[in-house]
Design a binder for this molecule. Structure first.
Ligand SMILES: [Zn+2]
Length: 178
């Protein structure tokens, strides 16, 4: 029973896929105010063969991959402020911005209970030990059919959407300033 969905292959999504959210969430995102708070870099040793081949480092099984994390505070009209994290491998090509594979996170309940589980399966969830702890059971338990239906067919909440839009609209300036 529990294994049914886990047998599917969950493909990793690009920003282009991620921003295809439902009309309701998209409308509500227009009332949010995203503020870029911090930008930081992460280096991970990865053992992905196609990447190793791409860089002609045969014989090595790992390579340092560099990622950039954009940390946003997203304010809602009701006064709530949500923390959004967007991790990409910046290619410095404005035209290809939405081709980036991204890992995202928001600390709202919509993200936690409707999207975190699937994004984690797709390797599109930004997580560290603190986030894993915060998400807790939401990472282990697949959302119910009812919860899934209320996701609007989206892959993420309106807060992440608003932050991604802000990043896309200001990409040149932001990249130039880091
Ligand atoms: Zn959210």
């Amino acid at each position: 029973m529990a294994g049914l969905l886990s047998n599917f292959t969950f493909s990793t999504l690009t920003l282009n896929d991620l921003v295809q959210i439902d009309a309701g969430r998209m409308d509500r995102a227009a009332y949010l105010i995203p503020t870029l708070d911090k930008v930081y870099h992460i280096v991970r040793k990865e053992t992905i063969w196609d990447k190793v081949k791409k860089f002609f480092q045969r014989g090595n099984t790992s390579i340092n991959m560099y990622y950039t994390v954009f940390a946003y505070n997203v304010s809602s009209p009701s006064g709530g402020v949500y923390r959004v994290l967007i991790e990409i491998q910046p290619n410095f090509n404005r035209a290809a911005f939405f081709d980036n594979v991204a890992r995202v996170y928001c600390n709202c309940a919509d993200f936690k209970f409707r999207y975190a589980w699937e994004l984690n399966k797709r390797k599109n969830l930004f997580r560290n030990s603190r986030i894993s702890q915060e998400l807790g059971i939401a990472l282990q338990q697949e959302p119910t059919a009812k919860t899934k239906n209320s996701s609007g067919g989206s892959h993420m909440c309106k807060h992440v959407y608003a932050a991604v839009k802000h990043l896309a609209d200001n990409y040149d300036q932001i990249i130039a300033s880091i």
